[in-house]
Write a protein that binds this ligand. Sequence first.
Ligand code: TUI
Length: 315
Amino acid sequence: MDIREILQTKYPIIQGGMANIATGPFAAAISGAGGLGLIAAGGMSPEQLRENIYQARERTTAPFGVNIMLMHPQVDELMEIVIKEQVPIITTGAGNPGKYIPSLKAAGIRVLPVVPSVALAVRMERLGADAVIAEGTEAGGHVGEMTTMALVPQVADAVHIPVVAAGGIASGRQMLAAYALGASGVQVGTCLLVAEECPIHPNYKQALLEAGDSDTIVTGRIGGTPVRVLKNRMSREYVKREREGATREELEVYTLGSLRKAVLEGDVRDGSLMAGQVAGQLHAIRPAAEILAELYGDYCALRATFAKDCDNHAD
Ligand code: TUI
């Protein structure tokens, strides 16, 4: 099944959640450019979420969704708002959204949970999810253990609903690889951080442009909340202290407010610069429409080349 039937978009591409970054205007820019834009409710109060939904509606007639980060302390209120506002599509992250699915479905909302494992994917299908987003540990932000390469085919074999691949995708080559693994769409976040419309501090964008393949690190693997960020003074120190056995309270000192520090203040030494392993592939700040058109265009061109190779083989 083509995921575009569920998303109602030009491209089979979903924008990743990106708490504290993906505002209403940003989601509207992505949807206007042909992808599925998402407002990230993580880091927003229920009132701010409502305001951002209105801002997105003012800027685009294209459909957009909301990403609900399930560790949010006011997650129940956020769910009430997306239902009341009749947001057409919800993605979830950082937890099991099972108890919310019946009321979301009853409201006619399409639900696409992010899953880090086959077990959660199967549970989500049973509860009525419309598709699952299988996200590998290459992704930025809160991550699971499995790689996209190993996770996507196993999820695709285990469920009958469409699978969207996420984590490690920023080019047509990677998008084609995701389809080869059994995906019917992709979710991208990191490559959109360098979109002109992305409202992060210029220092954060510059750090992304300068990053190489090995410049991300996962903080919190030992503590149970693994988060992939760019290497900097804060994240290196965090992991060092974590390995030395620091307590949760001692480690919190580093992360408290650190994402806002990066996004709003451009503190690239002590801020949390969430980013996936594809950061090394980013070389320019460009309009979102150009990033999406190139991603999808390269995917289509490559797919045609591979198909031609096989035609020749058949002769
Ligand atoms: O959610 C994300 N990425 C995020 S959320 C976020 S905000 C945050 N900031 C600091 C600490 C923690 C979060 C930044 N990035 N991606 C989707 C995702 N979901 N990745 C992994 C998972 C996941 C993990 C466990 C989904 C479900 C799950 O289920 C566990 C269970 O209860 O079965």
